[in-house]
Design a protein around this ligand. Structure first.
Ligand code: FES
Ligand code: FES
Length: 155
């Protein structure tokens, strides 16, 4: 199958029923998305497909040919972080960091579709994603900062 990930086309030799998360991590060496529960309950595996946040642990690749898949690796680089990554760095939002890629992708999907999302909308949207370290307040601060940085970047 051919998958478009972060703007590049990848040929993947895997069973079409394989969850996207396994293909990202095991075949494409894109390790940002994490395995937490494998059941759609934690959000650690969240990536974007056609601009929407999805659980990659529950999404078989057979549904994804011709779709645009985006992971944290597609938001920027170490030398040139994107606004979402920059905001998380500035707010030092991570403790262990395991939940952070999923948080970023769900927040990115929200702010791309709704740049003026309210604080309450950000909070409600991120309720899907769990952080066992309890850094929710710093994560929320980071996403609010990202909301401003994304607007500046779009100017
Ligand atoms: Fe996908 Fe937990 S690993 S929701
Ligand atoms: Fe450790 Fe969120 S920072 S799980």
């Amino acid at each position: 199958m051919k998958l478009n990930v972060n703007g590049s086309t990848h040929e993947v030799d895997a069973d079409p029923a394989t969850p996207l998360l396994y293909v990202l991590r095991n075949d494409l060496e894109l390790n940002a998305a994490k395995f937490g529960c494998g059941l759609g309950q934690c959000g650690a595996c969240t990536v974007m497909v056609d601009g929407k946040a999805i659980f990659s642990c529950l999404t078989p690749i057979l549904l994804l040919e011709g779709r645009e898949i985006k992971t944290v690796e597609g938001l920027g680089t170490i030398d040139s972080p994107g606004p979402m990554q920059q905001a998380f760095i500035e707010e030092q939002a991570a403790q262990c960091g395991y939940c952070i890629p999923g948080m970023m992708m769900r927040a990115q999907a929200l702010l791309q579709s709704k740049p003026d999302a309210s604080d309450a909308e950000i909070q409600t949207t991120l309720e899907t994603n769990l952080c066992r370290c309890g850094t929710h307040m710093r994560i929320l601060k980071a996403v609010k900062r990202a909301r401003e940085l994304m607007k500046t970047a779009a100017m």
